[in-house]
Design a protein around this ligand. Structure first.
Ligand SMILES: *Cc1c(COP(=O)(O)O)cnc(C)c1O
Length: 405
């Protein structure tokens, strides 16, 4: 399929280019030392991802350890309530550890093992990426250093405990505001010293090349499964595919399966409390081009051009930029990006729980809310929503802030 001059038959092979660019977005804006480390990872990835041993090992792990393929569920009661649009969800909440993140963490950790590295390093904010990576490290017998701001360590005690139980070292970062940004800086610094023995495992389609490509490729299993399952269930393609976008990994995973199809694709960003800077994390909607954390994309900036403070009810979505591939697909118009507020999200959270027996992650509830809105607009047809994770992690927050409806 050709769309605005881009040939989507060969898109996944041709994008990013050799330097890691999706059009003008992406690249690797990092120190010479880190550049060398990234080149080593890129080379290893290109060799390994074509080896049948690596591929069959990853397939076996997905089947026997992660519980893949995850199913698609038809939302019969919610669809019935909305009229003539049929809603479906891809159940990444049923992936081991309860979200899609393990898809790329298992890939990254397997790559580390093949490269002969002893350790994986990452930062974490709310702790979801840290838990997924600690799980992968335990599976492969790798050491695991997770950098986390002191403030986040206090807030996210259950995830800190999970990481420790899984054998990870949780390293407290006390500089600055002691949250995610400082944790990223500390983890990068540690990696620059340890890259001979360690790999930095990025938690989304973010960071310098090759991570946006590699994480997309590892997540593409979601889109490949979903397309085949949906056609198997209904005999046709969905009219629309919807996913929430923080960094953008669950979205790229499911989108990649449908980019070459006549399917409308929607990425949903968090509008939080509203459109004022600091009240949301909708970088593609309100941001401008800029470089941070080693890549060029569309980002939210403060008056000094630095990454702006962001907010969302979903801690997994509050990042001031999005992956470079989303910026590219945004400008191209192949994917439409729109926003959903905290209030709409919480309504959808309770609606899906009550009508379907599925408690979604608050991140995923953004996509569900958008699917409901879209269904009302479309009037007929079918919508496939990526349910990126389950809501168990959000119970305390929901009870404290919203009570039980
Ligand atoms: C981390 C997380 C997200 C956001 O990350 P993406 O890279 O944008 O997918 C979404 N949903 C859940 C359940 C998460 O844990």
């Amino acid at each position: 399929m050709n769309f605005n001059g881009i040939d989507f038959d060969t898109y996944l092979k041709n994008y990013p280019n050799e330097e890691g660019f999706f059009g003008k977005y992406g690249g690797a804006y990092i120190s010479e030392d880190l550049k060398k480390a990234m080149e080593e990872i890129t080379e290893a990835y290109f060799t390994i991802c074509k080896s049948s041993k690596f591929i069959s090992e990853l397939r076996r792990i997905r089947r026997e350890f992660q519980g893949r393929p995850t199913p698609i569920s038809y939302l019969e009661r919610l669809s019935g309530k909305l009229g003539n649009v049929q809603l479906y969800v891809k159940r990444e909440d049923l992936n081991h550890t309860g979200a899609h993140k393990l898809n790329h963490c298992m890939g990254e950790a397997l790559l580390s093992k093949y490269m002969g590295k002893k350790k994986v390093i990452a930062e974490t904010g709310a702790g979801q990426h840290g838990v997924a990576l600690a799980t992968a490290a335990a599976y492969f017998g790798l050491e695991c250093d997770i950098y986390m701001g002191a403030v986040d360590i206090k807030k996210q005690a259950p995830n800190v405990a999970r990481m420790k139980i899984l054998g990870a070292n949780v390293i407290e970062v006390t500089e600055g505001l002691a949250t995610l940004k400082e944790a990223v800086d500390a983890a990068f610094k540690a990696y620059a010293n340890e890259y001979k023995d360690a790999i930095y495992c990025i938690g989304s389609v973010l960071g310098p090349h090759p991570f946006p490509m590699m994480v997309r490729d590892f997540q593409s299993v979601v889109g490949i499964e979903a397309r085949e399952q949906f056609v198997g269930m209904t005999g046709e393609l969905p009219d629309a595919v919807v996913a929430c976008v923080g960094g953008g990994s669950n979205a790229m995973g499911i989108f990649s399966g449908f980019l070459n199809d006549p399917v409308d694709i929607y990425g949903v960003e968090p509008l939080g409390r509203g459109p004022a800077l600091g009240d949301h994390a909708a970088s593609l909607k309100y941001g401008t081009e800029g470089i941070m954390h080693g890549f060029n994309s569309i980002m939210l900036k403060d008056e000094n051009g630095e990454p702006a403070p962001v907010y969302s009810v979903a801690s997994g979505l509050d990042y001031p930029s999005s992956g470079p591939e989303h910026a590219f697909l945004h400008d191209l118009g192949r994917v439409k990006y729109d926003v959903i507020s905290d209030d709409e999200t919480i309504d959808a959270f309770f609606e899906l729980s009550r009508l379907e027996g599925i408690i979604p992650a608050i991140e995923s509830a953004h996509a569900v809310a958008y699917g409901i809105k879209l269904a009302k607009e479309m009037g007929k047809g079918s919508i496939l929503i990526n349910l990126s994770g389950r809501g168990d992690k959000d119970m305390d927050y929901i009870i404290e802030h919203y009570g039980i409806r």
